[in-house]
Design a protein around this ligand. Structure first.
Ligand SMILES: Nc1ncnc2c1ncn2[C@@H]1O[C@H](COP(=O)(O)OP(=O)(O)O)[C@@H](O)[C@H]1O
Ligand SMILES: [Mg+2]
Length: 327
């Protein structure tokens, strides 16, 4: 495969990033990684302090794709059935009918997932993993495409349940939106707000890519060429991370697969039909840090998994980029 058959769709991807950057100020690199994750059919967790644009970013991205979109605001009283659905007895019909929950959509925005009780979280995470769900013993496939964009606040308040480490693995990437990095960005956020008629401008956003084109791009991402040496590089990275002194539990092979999938999608966004070490480096922290648990002493000293992933990236020699061989 070269990109020949899919040039138009790839061009739509720059429309998506452009549209999102128009609303979400100051971090095009983050938008690129988010798009790579969803093209790789992954779920994304945004973890950061309130007011940093998490909801704005994920809503904007969802709006630019012409598919189903639902938002669930999690609170302590959201039950698994509020997400998955329930069977309802209809007395007139003397039968049960199925009321499908909000998970039966293409893009599910799971906002403030850490406010949901653990039972609800695990019901959601299970459906995310299996892309299907069981209601009353009957199995239902989730639509295609399907992905979850979740947000979580890192401050542990009373009545919140931060996702357990073991569940983090279900997310292809975990990212932070971060504070605006410059005064100019800070000012630009204010300037946009003057143009918006209300605090939530996302209702006005028009889709720039269709569902079918999006699905074709997801398929194309899986055909991006990856040289054997690049596979070796990914394997070395996860092994070096597992072996690092500070690491108690390192990423599983699923973590290595996250590198593979996301770097291929990123290559496609960047207009290539082959992945490079630079693609891997771009997404490595977001793909691996949340699958890495540090030793207690290091956590107490304030060391962050992301720092260890970065060190491994800095010290592991990368191979030279190799394009798809011409047949
Ligand atoms: N990077 C950003 N670009 C544009 N607006 C932003 C950005 N960060 C924050 N905002 C503004 O702050 C408001 C709150 O953001 P929101 O997405 O609700 O935060 P969070 O979900 O992280 O708590 C947004 O409506 C938007 O006006
Ligand atoms: Mg929010």
């Amino acid at each position: 495969m070269s990109l020949d058959g899919i040039k138009d769709e790839v061009e739509r991807l720059s429309d998506v990033t452009e549209a999102v950057n128009e609303y979400f100020v100051g971090n095009p690199a983050l938008v690129e990684r988010l798009l790579a994750a969803v093209l790789a059919r992954g779920h994304v967790l945004f973890e950061d302090y309130p007011g940093l644009g998490k909801t704005l970013l994920v809503k904007t991205l969802a709006r630019t794709i012409d598919t189903g979109f639902r938002r669930v605001q999690f609170t302590p009283d959201v039950l698994p059935s509020d997400i998955l659905g329930t069977r309802i007895w209809e007395p007139e019909k003397r039968a049960f009918t199925l009321e499908k929950g909000p998970i039966f959509t293409n893009i599910l925005l799971a906002d403030e997932i850490n406010r949901a009780p653990p039972k609800t979280q695990s019901a959601l995470l299970e459906a995310m993993e299996e892309k299907q769900t069981t209601l009353d013993g009957e199995r239902f496939a989730l639509p295609e495409p399907f992905f979850v964009l979740a947000t979580q606040n890192p401050i542990e308040q009373e009545g919140t349940y931060p996702l357990p480490e073991a569940q983090m693995d279900r997310f292809l990437l975990r990212m932070r939106t971060g504070y605006p990095s410059t005064e100019d960005d800070e000012r630009e956020i204010l300037r946009r707000r003057i143009d918006w008629s209300q605090d939530d401008p996302t209702d006005d956003i028009k889709p720039v890519i269709g569902r079918d084109a999006f699905v074709r791009l997801q398929q194309a991402a899986e055909n991006v060429f990856v040289h054997e040496e690049l596979l070796g590089y990914m394997a070395k990275l996860v092994r070096a991370l597992r072996d690092a002194n500070e690491v108690e539990v390192g990423p599983s092979p699923r973590g290595a697969l996250a590198l593979l999938k996301t770097s291929r999608a990123l290559a496609l966004i960047r207009g290539r039909d082959f992945a490079t070490p630079d693609d891997v480096k771009t997404i490595a922290v977001e793909a691996l840090a949340h699958r890495t648990v540090l030793e207690v002493e290091d956590v107490l000293e304030g060391t962050q998994p992301a720092q260890i992933v970065q060190r491994v990236l800095d010290t592991t020699p990368a191979p030279t980029p190799r394009p798809r061989p011409t047949p």
